[in-house]
Design a protein around this ligand. Structure first.
Ligand code: GLV
Ligand code: MN
Length: 198
């Protein structure tokens, strides 16, 4: 989905060096590019799932892996404890291919027509999430589960449904949320209390 590259590569320069560039980030001088710029080891280990969601995502976007700059791809690792969920979210700039490496998870998205598409995806199987649509992964197995998620963008962006609506800074007025969800403000305050920092 990102623009086509016009050169072999453009390894992103460290933050703060180089001027602004569009698309993507400024390139490191080619003379200082090394093999390790095209290598990413952070996915050899998973993130902790010891949290309220039972989920840990390790991003592998251009910010974590500068060699991806201008190449139009990126990859995350998703770890889920039994019963854990990578909560409802969307990526404004990319489709997502979910490839399950360990365990089994229910993977689903909702289309613009309000139709819910989902599947229990097991080791070695994949499911694709169209760009921009709300989706999740939910570990329905008895043991830990892991997926690698691949994107057609170097920086897919992520909007978490609950935190975007109930944890925004400054906050969205309770009256707007109460009307939008057709519930009383008390319920909105309760959900906000679980999504606001501090
Ligand atoms: C999973 O949905 C991810 O965005 O990595
Ligand atoms: Mn996703």
């Amino acid at each position: 989905a990102d623009p086509e590259p016009v050169q072999d590569f453009c390894v992103a320069a460290p933050h703060g060096s180089g001027g602004p560039a569009f698309p993507g980030l400024p390139c490191k001088p080619s003379s200082s590019v090394v093999s390790d710029d095209f290598f990413f080891a952070a996915h050899a280990r998973g993130a902790s799932t010891d949290n309220a969601m039972g989920s840990g995502v390790t991003p592998g976007n251009v910010e974590a892996f500068p060699g991806l700059n201008t190449l139009g791809v990126s990859i995350n690792r998703v770890d889920l404890a039994p019963g854990g969920v990578n909560p409802l979210h969307s990526h404004p700039r990319a489709a997502e291919l979910v490839h399950v490496v360990v365990g089994e998870m229910l993977v689903g998205f909702v289309s613009t027509e309000g139709r819910f598409y989902s599947k229990v995806v097991r080791e070695g199987e994949s499911f694709v999430i169209p760009r921009g649509l709300m989706h999740f992964q939910y570990n329905v197995g008895k043991s830990a589960a892991r997926a690698m998620t691949v994107f057609n963008s170097q920086l897919p962006g992520v909007v978490f449904a609950a935190t975007a609506l109930f944890g925004a800074e400054p906050e969205i007025p309770d009256a707007v949320l109460a009307k939008s969800f057709q519930v009383d403000a008390e319920i909105i305050k309760l959900i906000k209390s679980k999504n606001r920092k501090g």
